[in-house]
Design a protein around this ligand. Structure first.
Ligand SMILES: [Fe+2]
Ligand SMILES: [Fe+2]
Length: 347
């Protein structure tokens, strides 16, 4: 398989015409020219991501400090394991996105990936803030590094980590397509057993600060999903020969495996022990999401008969819907961000 060329950092002879720009294999100058973008969706994405800026510590965890010790043992175990997985996902994203950027030759897309990496860093920080507030430093460390003791969690992290490591070891075109697909699955499937667990706590009036953190994170993850879907679809237009039946079958198997793992994880961390959720609900929801993600890439149905949102899970949208996040549920101060007054020049 043909190797990708890593873009040159300083490249004064690069193409400046937007029409010459390509996602891979282009000749970029790396100049951040916001006035001449080839991909309009990248410009729209950038603005949206900037508007979504938020600060984890602005959300109060006061109620959670009281709620956490009062959770049932099953709820607290699920909370810890889910957070541990989410922390890993956001950390590996923060670290890996710059690797992908090295091979992307469309500057406006690199800008988006940089903002995304920043947001993943904020997400990791939000988990630290949540844990610092609700538990002791010893408990926090146990949760952060739970993969050391939990074989299921370690297996999940290893699956994702190996896919990302593979692109560090060989930068060919198929491995690039696989790392994009892995990102898309991570953003669109892997968070969701976790998110639904938090939203279910919200339905029971528990851990409102944690839930609010997760809702901001979910809003960002929706845009990350949008970004990777756009990159994959655009790449399909530019490099049709990369999307052979064989390579699309590789992507499809990755998606199916991601869905299988998320369902198995849901059974493991949620099971039948959390009031308001059942294994069947988790499975129905993840199969539906798998279909949604696969069909929104333009590849059709993945699981026949799973096209509609399960009636038992309609409530998830009340918490995860980005539009509702903006209007109904969030404090105005954090959604319309204007921080200039907070800067103090003390130099
Ligand atoms: Fe994230
Ligand atoms: Fe993300």
């Amino acid at each position: 398989m043909e190797r990708l060329t890593r873009k040159r950092l300083f490249n004064p002879d690069g193409d400046t015409a937007p029409g010459a720009r390509r996602i891979i294999g282009g000749n970029t100058t790396n100049l951040n020219d916001f006035n001449n973008m080839k991909y309009q969706w990248a410009s729209d994405w950038y603005r949206q991501a900037m508007n979504n800026f938020w600060i984890p510590e602005e959300i109060s965890m006061a109620a959670d400090v009281l709620d956490y010790p009062r959770l049932t043992e099953a709820e607290r175990t699920a909370y810890d394991k889910i957070l541990s997985f989410l922390i890993f996902l956001d950390s590996v994203q923060t670290a890996n996105l710059p690797n992908i950027s090295q091979y992307v030759t469309a500057n406006e897309i690199n800008l988006c990936l940089t903002i995304q990496a920043f947001q993943e860093a904020v997400h990791s920080q939000s988990y630290s803030y949540m844990l610092d507030t609700i538990c002791t430093p010893t408990e926090r460390d146990r949760i952060l590094y739970q993969w050391k003791d939990d074989a299921h969690l370690l297996a999940r992290n290893t699956f994702i980590g190996d896919l990302y490591n593979e692109f560090q070891e060989k930068q060919d075109r198929l491995t690039f397509l696989k790392v994009l697909t892995a990102n898309y699955i991570l953003e669109g499937i892997y968070f969701y057993s976790g998110f639904m667990f938090f939203y279910n706590l919200a339905r029971g009036g528990k851990m409102p600060g944690s839930v609010q953190e997760i809702r901001y994170i979910n809003r960002d993850e929706n845009t990350h999903l949008w970004l990777f879907r756009s990159i994959i679809k655009e790449l399909r237009g530019e490099e049709p020969e990369l999307f052979t039946g064989k390579n699309v079958a590789v992507m499809e198997e990755m998606m199916r495996e991601g869905v299988r793992q998320e369902i198995a994880w849901g059974r493991y961390v949620i099971g039948e022990q959390i009031p308001g959720l059942t294994e069947e609900m988790v499975e129905d929801y993840i199969l539906y999401l798998g279909n949604l993600r696969w069909s929104s890439l333009g590849f059709g149905t993945l699981y026949e008969g799973r096209e509609a949102e399960p009636a038992s899970m309609k409530w998830v949208g009340l918490y995860s819907n980005a539009n509702m996040v903006k209007t109904d549920f969030f404090e105005a101060k954090s959604t319309a961000y204007a921080k200039s007054a907070a800067l103090v020049d003390d130099l």
